[in-house]
Ligand binder design. Sequence first.
Ligand SMILES: [Zn+2]
Length: 262
Amino acid sequence: MRAFPAGLVFVVLTTLTISRAGSPLSPPAHPLPDKGGIILTFDDRNFSEWLAALPLFDQYGVKATFFISGHIDQPALDAALELKKHGHAIGCHSIHHLSAVKYSSQHSAEDYLQKEILPQLTAFKAAGIVPTSFAYPMSSNNTATDAVLLKIFRHVRTGAGITPGKRISGKNAFFIATDQIAAHGCLYGKGIDYAPDKEDRSYEQIDEALARATRKNEIIVLYAHRIATAGKGHHISPAALEHIFNTAKKLQLPFYTLDQLP
Ligand SMILES: [Zn+2]
């Protein structure tokens, strides 16, 4: 094969670098949010319940991020496109909902990316959806999985709990200063399924945490699964969501999707 002149290689590389930074192919620049806020996220494949809750989200102007697991088949695409139409963001949650840490230790983090993540990303992109974030199944992550996934996503979300008797507002891992958000690839979310019926997610706890985010100009990440009043599987009721929406409204604390953040 004929070798290319060094000058031509330089021009091609330079052009590639410029187009990555500035073309419509690369994600648009995302300015820092000017105030603290809430990143509200939902996981798995609870499509009918999520879509049924759209009027509630619309009523309060709340935008959330929905992390979809499994193959990106027609039901997943239909739901994702409808959620997008209402201003929500779509993220990846892996094909088989396995532990990223366990899978990576048995194979490799690169393998996890190839088998569990890229097929979702490819299918979403074919439908015009470009996820910028990923949520770890079962909050299973470590620095090796973060490093590989953050080459693809701007943010990955995992979860953390609080010690019994402690306050959400006292755990710094849940709160990120707005001007630090771009530097925090991995975000620690607080679970709110079953709110307000558990001590670590009572309305008092949640309201106090949102007040801290407002006062200190911080971003707090929350996660849930189904949107329902009862039944099998982790869920939060529409009434509990509405409580959170009302608290945020009183505090003038905005909601951000992960696609909106740098
Ligand atoms: Zn999940």
